[in-house]
Design a protein around this ligand. Structure first.
Ligand code: EPU
Length: 348
């Protein structure tokens, strides 16, 4: 285990902002976790667990402990005729895990290719893309409980997995650390290609009966085209969630904005693409100082190199305000903003 006081978080998050944490620690093995309690002032300070920091914005310096588990390992636990059960350590890079699954003939996660971050963070945010959410394949997680100083098992049913949300991101945030994630995957590919952009890409490529490998390649190609690579252009993917509105409200909006796209979500609600709302407000490709909106996708805020967390936050508030003023819709951040009280755009 490595730890240090007053740690720079610059290289620890994909937004690459020059914030610091009062303490930073890195654990390479779950057996080191009891030492975190011995060596760091956990009772006096808040804790946040980071994977690759690809979905977080530290708006200010963090007065607590930032802990990174780098645990590695992928274990096949059991299999039957149709499925396999796999347990994966939290620090495994997500995309590499998806690729390993494909090579081993464990199917289901292809649509989630190229999502940055670690396996441990996947259930926290219930990552999703191109018609699939990780919740569909989760059996549960093993966590270290900072209060009891014990490992315990949380089955998927207890995780309250919803669109980009879970109990791990809400009430259990800073209270537990995910050490392992257990998945149940298919042994026969069942390519899911109903997401319109994915279907279009495959059909334009002349692929009528896509394999899981085709889906994996298509998703990688679409993402590379639309989304900035955080390794080169600091960003945290979609900054806001897509708002979910009752059908009646969406219908009323469509009267005023006939081009409004909608995606089905449950029986009496629809999802509105926040990217469309922001593009209508003129934000696509716009830049103010060190911060801007990605030229190929209006839902992605990028740091052009020297932005502070505070600057990104203020910029996001401008986006929020313009959507609110034009459409009456309250956007909710998809990126986890810390400290939580920093996000309060309606007060400005
Ligand atoms: N759109 C625009 N202008 C834009 C961007 C999008 O009009 O600049 C509209 C288009 O109508 C487009 C629709 O938004 O058809 C949907 O766009 P896209 O397929 O890119 O998906 P998204 O809704 O913007 C969500 C996830 C992404 C995920 C994609 C694909 C959220 C918050 N984001 O984005 O996840 O990759 O769907 O499934 O749900 C992430 O979480 O960081 C992320 C990138």
């Amino acid at each position: 285990m490595w730890y240090q006081e007053h740690v720079s978080l610059y290289g620890w998050t994909s937004f690459r902002v020059p914030t610091t944490a009062a303490y930073g620690a890195i654990c390479s093995h779950p057996e080191e976790l009891p030492y975190v309690h011995k060596l760091l002032p956990l009772r006096e300070h808040p804790v946040v667990v980071l994977g690759n920091g690809s979905n977080i914005l530290f708006a200010t310096d963090y007065p607590g402990i930032v802990l990174r588990p780098l645990f590695r390992g992928i274990h096949l636990l059991e299999y039957d005729e149709d499925t396999v059960q796999v347990e994966v350590a939290a620090g495994e890079p997500w995309h590499e895990f998806v690729y390993t699954c494909l090579r081993n003939g464990w199917y289901g996660l292809e649509n989630l290719a190229l999502i940055p971050g670690t396996v441990g963070a996947a259930p926290v945010h219930n990552i999703g893309a191109y018609g699939v959410e990780v919740s569909q394949f989760l059996e549960g997680v093993r966590v270290w409980d900072f209060t009891t100083e014990q490992l315990c098992w949380l089955p998927a049913e207890e995780l309250l997995l919803r669109y980009r949300s879970s109990i791990l991101r809400e009430t259990l945030l800073g209270k537990v650390l995910v050490t392992h994630v257990r998945f149940r995957l298919y042994r026969r590919a069942r390519p899911k290609v109903d997401y319109p952009e994915l279907a279009r890409f495959l059909s334009d490529s002349g692929i009528a009966y896509p394999t899981a490998e085709d889906v994996f390649r298509a998703v990688c190609a679409i993402r590379r085209c639309k989304l900035p690579d955080p390794a080169h252009i600091p960003n945290a993917g979609s900054f806001f969630k897509n708002p979910v509105l009752p059908l009646s409200v969406a219908e009323e909006l469509r009267q005023r904005h006939p081009a409004l796209p909608t995606f089905p979500h449950g029986s009496d609600t629809v999802k509105i693409p926040a990217g469309w709302l922001l593009e209508q407000c003129g934000w696509k490709g716009k830049r103010i100082g060190n911060v801007g909106v990605w030229q190929h996708h209006a839902l992605v805020i990028v740091n052009y190199g020297a932005a502070t967390g505070e600057e990104i936050l203020r910029f996001a508030e401008l986006l929020w305000r313009s959507v609110y003023d034009r459409f009456g819709i309250t956007l909710e951040p998809e990126v986890l903003i810390l400290p939580r009280e920093a996000w309060n755009p309606s007060s400005r």
